[in-house]
Design a protein around this ligand. Structure first.
Ligand SMILES: Cc1ncc(COP(=O)(O)O)c(C=O)c1O
Length: 398
């Protein structure tokens, strides 16, 4: 029989599995050999999807809302998103022309990068970065350019001077994430303004991933960069999703808002690889947006309690300093005092029965850090924390 030949040089060949998937493979292999492990690794909320959302999906399915969706997104959902952006951020987006409903933030990022990049175009990524940003840039033929951060008093921020050093004629965009996975910074308006000024000077688009927007602590408030000014709005592609803030990671629904010309380009791309989340899921997302401020306040309070529990439980270990996140699902531990790489520490912790992520998975600036998730609470958090504390103390003694 004739052999079917396939190219091993396609765009796919530059891709790596995400850090979470790599570690999950290790975890499954260990578990299949009988090792028991508690995971404080994933950014997967353990709170149930709100009942009103489930009821809306069920009702929609039973009412026959199972046809092809409008490829821009169902009009009712686009209107509901526009309404929410207006109410919460004072942002005015036309739901007819300036919005695309996507399969989570992942779909939105992929389409947005496709709309902006030509082969060889560069995207500035302030480190430490969510590692899944690099793959889509590379698939579209672009080049991720990693930019070192500022790290002062246990808080990471974007170093505008480092951005200036990294920008080139080929730079098209800067990608930021606020609240910032993995380091937990919630950017202040003045910090965003400085980034926006830099972007304006170099005529760059600002990709703004706001997937953790309501998960902020200690009175910190999310600022959407597009709300800074009319020019910031024109430059920004706002990317968001229901995964984290409505406990809907498996529903695969999110949205992008941007100038009509960008959304049009994204829609063209979108029609090639998705065409949008299921119609009944979009109806359920409308029900999610109808949840009041109380829902988000209660959820943020719950995660802040978990964060504080974790911080208290991980203080006082020689060579380990927990950093206090302002938002998101993760505490970073500064483990530089342990005298080994973050990946080595992570492997030692696997032996101690607890799964976390090594900071180096998020780029060079993440080396020396471990990412510990408090997206799961209850017994998982308590047991994981106990084993983490014991494991770190053991590494510290050795
Ligand atoms: C910063 C960030 N952006 C995007 C995503 C992907 O989100 P979604 O589930 O909406 O595709 C994640 C998920 O972990 C994330 O942490």
């Amino acid at each position: 029989m004739k052999r079917i030949s396939t190219s091993s040089h396609g765009r796919w060949s530059v891709l790596q599995p995400t850090a979470v998937n790599r570690v999950l493979d290790e975890v499954r292999a260990l578990q299949s050999r009988g090792q028991s492990l508690v995971s404080l690794m994933r950014g997967q909320p353990d709170l149930p999807t709100p009942p009103a959302v489930i009821e809306a999906a069920e009702h929609a399915m039973r009412s026959g809302r199972t046809g092809y969706p409008d490829n821009r997104g169902e009009p009712a959902l686009r209107r509901a998103v526009a309404e929410r952006l207006r109410r919460d951020h004072g942002l005015d987006y036309d739901p007819e022309r300036e919005m695309l409903i996507t399969d989570g933030a992942t779909g939105g990022l992929f389409a947005a990068l496709g709309a902006l990049l030509e082969p060889g175009a560069e995207v500035l990524l302030p480190e430490p970065i969510y590692d899944a940003y690099t793959g889509p840039i590379q698939v579209w033929g672009g080049k991720p350019v990693f930019v070192p951060p500022l790290f002062e008093n246990g808080r990471f921020s974007v170093d505008v001077q480092a951005l200036k050093n990294a920008v080139s004629k080929r730079t098209r965009a800067i990608l930021i994430n606020t609240p910032w996975n993995p380091v937990g910074t919630v950017f202040r308006a003045d910090e965003l303004r400085a980034i926006d000024e830099f972007a304006a000077e170099h005529d760059l688009r600002l990709l703004s991933d706001e997937i953790y927007e309501t998960l902020t602590f200690d009175g910190k408030k999310h600022v959407s960069p597009a709300s800074l000014s009319a020019t910031a709005r024109a430059r920004t592609i706002l990317i968001n999703s229901f995964s984290k803030t409505y406990a809907m990671p498996g529903w695969r629904v999110g949205y992008c808002a941007a100038a009509a010309e960008i959304i049009d380009r994204m829609l063209l791309l979108w029609q090639q690889f998705s065409r949008g989340p299921a119609t009944f899921i979009q109806d359920a997302a409308v029900a999610a947006l109808e949840l009041g401020r109380d829902y988000h306040d209660n959820v943020a309070r719950e995660y802040q309690t978990r964060r504080d529990l974790l911080l208290a439980g991980l203080r006082g270990i020689d060579g380990v300093i927990p950093l206090v996140p302002e938002g998101g699902f993760f505490v970073m531990l500064d483990v530089r005092g342990l005298g080994m790489s973050s990946d080595q520490v992570r492997r030692r912790l696997l032996d101690a029965g607890v799964v976390v992520l090594h900071g180096s998975a998020y780029g060079q600036a993440g080396e020396g850090l471990l990412r510990v998730s408090f997206a799961a609470g209850g017994d998982v958090l308590l047991k994981g924390m106990e084993q983490l504390r014991a494991g770190l103390a053991c590494v510290s003694r050795s």
